[in-house]
Design a protein around this ligand. Structure first.
Ligand SMILES: Nc1nc2c(ncn2[C@@H]2O[C@H](COP(=O)(O)OP(=O)(O)OP(=O)(O)O)[C@@H](O)[C@H]2O)c(=O)[nH]1
Ligand SMILES: [Mg+2]
Length: 458
């Protein structure tokens, strides 16, 4: 009997629940279940059952009824894995789940490795590698925005794009290689201007994808937003207000916050990671000094940062002076705080300057919604690229960078009239790296890394 390749696992989360699902996949999945399942309709044998049907009955082992269950039958190739598969929906006690798994293993199935069901789906051509990774991301997604990106990847939007680029390059390389075959005759099959157009086109698409990673990555892991400003400007108060709890210590003593404090806030489905920092000032206190250095560092690692000032305690020119010292290459939102204490004239004065700031009261929760809206707009403007495909996975990002390097080498090769076999080699490299993303090119190490990080039962 070939039950070597039949795997099983509990696919629902660990612990007690109303119901649980035990899953089997492989050529013996149906036979194994037939040995332990008595359908209410005694005539039913799962091996003979129609595909995509559900059957009610008991799991019976050594004449003992273990549970009454529903069994879903899927037959190759029309299943998640592409193999014969069974899903047993049983009652969700930990004892029942384990007992059923134990019986199935006794009857010859093997306990699945993490991600093995999805790995089989990949190996059986049900999805490509980037789609399989999308499955893991869908399971792990914690916000509406990261879920949206993961679903898109799982459904294959990204794969279609990559296959398009790969197709262009394969066409290109076949023209070039044809020339190679006729090298003696010194003919040019491939019109160089046409080749350049293809290469420029691929280069442009790769750049778009590579740039999207900056946002894709932060959407997946939370958008880092550092809150910086002079001591006592109200940074910790703002963090607390955004969080709706007293997380950070607030006091009128300048230099209250010394280390950074990081908290996640979900705003309209996007996760933001707000980082409260030590107030920026020159100080002789060693610990405070380290805190200030850390604050500067947090700005550099942010997608957006907030510069906050106390409008009662600073002049427009001082704000400008501060801003000049801070990183100008990262999006920033300038905010005047403590507007509850200040006169209308003062606000007007700041409004009429070219500071372009928001006016809030962190303590009184005034205009915090406006700040949230500004943050969201900032992100949305940056993640909507023309084709809407956003790269979220570092493995894909790295492969895209390598593919683009090969494309640039190809460009140089054409420009410098290099021999066609060298140009063809560079193009082949680019095709190789794109293929690594979708899994046309893969090795056991890559697959082990990817599927090893899945949960068991998926
Ligand atoms: N009236 C008023 N007071 C505020 C507001 N925001 C903060 N404060 C007060 O300002 C003082 C300093 O607030 P913090 O949040 O500790 O300021 P910080 O910027 O974190 O200060 P450091 O950690 O020392 O850099 C506290 O007494 C707060 O209650 C505001 O919008 N209005
Ligand atoms: Mg503070």
């Amino acid at each position: 009997m070939n039950s070597e390749n039949t795997i099983c696992a509990i696919s629902t989360p660990p612990g007690n629940g109303a119901i649980a699902v035990v899953r089997l996949s492989g050529s013996e999945a149906l036979q194994i279940c037939d040995k332990i399942f008595q359908a209410q309709n005694k005539k039913v044998k799962l091996l003979k059952a129609k595909p995509n049907t559900i059957h009610y009955g008991n799991i019976v082992y050594n004449n003992e009824v273990i549970d009454d269950v529903l069994i879903s039958v899927f037959k190759a190739p029309k299943s998640y894995t592409g193999e014969d598969s069974v899903e047993i929906s049983c009652h969700g006690s930990v004892y029942i789940q384990k007992k059923i798994l134990e019986i199935i293993i006794n009857e010859g199935a093997h306990f699945a490795k993490p991600g093995e069901f999805t790995q089989r789906a990949f190996l059986n051509g049900k999805m490509d590698l980037s789609q399989a990774e999308g499955v893991a991301d869908v399971i792990a997604s914690e916000s509406e925005a990261s879920h949206r990106l993961a679903i898109q990847q799982m459904k294959g939007g990204f794969s279609a794009k990559l296959n398009h680029l790969r197709g262009l390059l394969i066409h290109f390389v076949s023209l070039i290689e044809l020339e190679n075959d006729f090298a003696e005759e010194d003919v040019e099959f491939a019109d160089r201007t046409q080749l350049n157009t293809i290469i420029d086109d691929v280069d442009k698409h790769l750049t778009e994808l590579i740039q999207s990673f900056k946002y894709g990555n932060v959407i997946k892991n939370g958008v880092p937003v550092a809150i910086v400003g002079r001591p006592n400007s109200g940074k910790s108060t703002l963090l607390n207000t955004l969080l709706n709890e007293n997380r950070a210590i607030v006091s009128e003593i300048a230099g209250t916050t010394r280390d950074t404090i990081e908290e996640v806030v979900n705003i309209d489905g996007v996760q933001f990671r707000f980082i409260d920092t030590a107030g920026l000032r020159k100080t002789s206190d060693e610990i405070e000094k380290i805190g200030v250095e850390k604050a500067i560092e947090k700005i550099d690692n942010s997608t957006i940062y907030i510069y906050l000032f106390d409008i009662n305690n600073i002049s427009i020119s001082e704000v400008k002076e501060d801003l000049k010292q801070l990183n100008n290459n990262i999006n920033r939102i300038v905010i005047a705080n403590k507007t509850d204490l200040v006169s209308k004239d003062k606000i007007l004065e700041f409004k009429n300057s070219d500071l372009n700031c928001l006016f809030i009261s962190a303590k009184q929760n005034e205009s915090i919604d406006l700040l949230k809206e500004t943050l969201l707009n900032n992100i949305n403007e940056n993640i909507t690229n023309p084709n809407g495909i956003v790269v979220t996975n570092i493995r894909h990002y790295e492969a895209l960078i390598k593919a683009q390097q090969s494309i640039h080498e190809t460009k140089d090769g054409i420009e410098n009239e290099m021999p066609t076999d060298i140009i063809a080699l560079d193009i082949r490299n680019a095709i190789h790296y794109i293929g690594e993303i979708t899994g046309e090119i893969s090795n056991n190490e890559i697959l082990g890394n990817i599927f090893g990080s899945f949960c068991i039962g998926k």
